[in-house]
Design a protein around this ligand. Structure first.
Ligand code: GLU
Length: 297
C-alpha cells in the first residue's frame, strides 16, 4: 500500500484573466487531490515579470477561490525564487551542459530561411519552432567567455545532445492521462526533438522548463496534472530531472477546452473569463457545468 501523501499542484501564469480552460485544469487537480486525500498546492508561474502583474495575480487568486479551489499555503510565486533556479543553472554549468547562445530570434529566422531556400528542411520542435542552430555549441570555455565579455545579450541553452549522452540510458515517464494521440502508460521521452532549449533567458534568469522541474522537485510534487499541450515538453522535463537529481512525478495530461473555432482557449477570449461569467450571474456550479459541456480538444 502506498502510504505517501500525494502532492498535486495547479500552476497557472498570472499573465491574463482566469478563463474556462484554467478552471477546467484547476478542477482536474482539485478532484484528483480530493480522491487521493492528498494535498493541493498553488504555484504562480510568473517568471515573466513584465506580463505577470500584481493586479492580475490578485484577481486570479480571487477567481480561484470563487470557483472553490482551496490550497495549502504558502502559494509559491516563482519570481520570489530566482535563487533556486540560479542554483540549478549553476549545476548545469558545472557539468558543462549549457552554453551561452547569442543568436536573436530574427537571426535564427534568417538562418532557417537561408537553409530552407536551398531546399534543405530545418528541424522544428514539437511546438513548431525551428531548432536552435547551435553555432556556439562547441566553443571552448575560453571562447564562450570572450563572447560573454563583449557584453552582447545571450541566453543559456541546454546542449541537449550532450545532456542526453550524460544521462546515458533511455528516459521515460508514467502517463496516467493521455497525450494528444491518446498515448498512455510508459512513454519513451524524446528530448532530442526539442533541440537546445532555453534554460535561462537574457532578461529572466530562468525559463519555463527549468523552473517547472526545480519547483516540482522542491515542492515534492508527486502528481502533475496539466493540459496535453505540455505532453511533449515532459521529455525535456524528464531529462532535466535526471540531471538535477530530482524525483519524477506521475504525469496526467488532460484534454483542453476549445474555443468556437476549435482552437485552445486563450486569455484573449474575454467572454470565457471566469470574471465575466460571474458578472453575468453564473454560479461556480454553472461554470463547472459549462466546462463539462464545452468542446474538448
Ligand atoms: N504555467 C503553465 C501554464 O499555465 C503550466 C505549467 C505546468 O503545469 O507544468 O500553461
Amino acid at each position: 500500500m502506498n502510504t505517501m501523501q500525494q502532492i498535486f499542484r495547479f500552476a497557472p501564469s498570472p499573465n491574463g484573466a482566469l478563463h474556462l480552460g484554467h478552471a477546467f485544469a484547476a478542477w482536474q487537480n482539485m478532484d484528483a487531490a480530493a480522491r487521493a486525500g492528498g494535498t493541493l498546492l498553488l504555484r504562480l508561474e510568473d517568471i515573466d515579470t513584465t506580463r505577470c502583474t500584481n493586479a492580475l495575480e490578485a484577481q486570479m487568486l480571487e477567481d480561484l477561490h470563487w470557483i472553490g479551489m482551496r490550497w495549502r499555503d504558502p502559494v509559491r510565486r516563482q519570481s520570489d525564487h530566482f535563487d533556486d533556479y540560479l542554483k540549478a543553472l549553476d549545476q548545469l554549468r558545472q557539468l558543462d551542459l549549457v552554453y551561452p547562445a547569442f543568436l536573436t530570434r530574427g537571426e535564427i529566422r534568417d538562418a532557417v530561411r537561408k537553409k530552407e531556400a536551398s531546399q534543405q528542411t530545418w528541424p522544428r520542435d514539437p511546438d513548431g519552432t525551428p531548432l536552435y542552430p547551435g553555432v556556439e555549441r562547441n566553443l571552448s570555455t575560453g571562447a564562450q567567455q570572450d563572447l560573454i565579455n563583449t557584453g552582447r545579450a545571450f541566453a543559456w541553452r541546454l546542449n541537449t545532445g550532450k545532456a542526453i549522452a550524460h544521462v546515458g540510458g533511455a528516459l521515460s515517464w508514467q502517463e496516467t492521462g493521455q497525450g494528444p494521440q491518446g498515448q498512455s502508460g510508459t512513454i519513451a521521452a524524446d528530448p532530442a526533438a526539442w533541440g537546445d532549449v532555453v534554460i535561462a533567458r537574457k532578461d529572466i534568469p530562468t525559463s519555463y522548463h527549468l523552473s517547472v522541474v526545480v519547483d516540482d522537485g522542491i515542492q515534492g510534487v508527486s502528481d502533475v496534472i496539466r493540459g496535453h499541450d505540455l505532453f511533449a515538453a515532459t521529455s525535456i522535463h524528464r531529462l532535466l530531472q535526471v540531471i538535477l537529481g530530482l524525483q519524477a512525478p506521475l504525469y496526467c495530461h488532460h484534454l483542453l477546452i476549445g474555443d468556437s473555432t476549435g482552437r485552445k482557449l486563450s486569455k484573449s477570449d474575454r467572454d470565457t473569463s471566469i470574471r465575466s461569467l460571474r458578472n453575468a450571474g453564473l454560479t461556480p456550479d454553472d461554470v463547472r457545468a459549462l466546462c463539462e459541456r464545452s468542446e474538448k480538444l
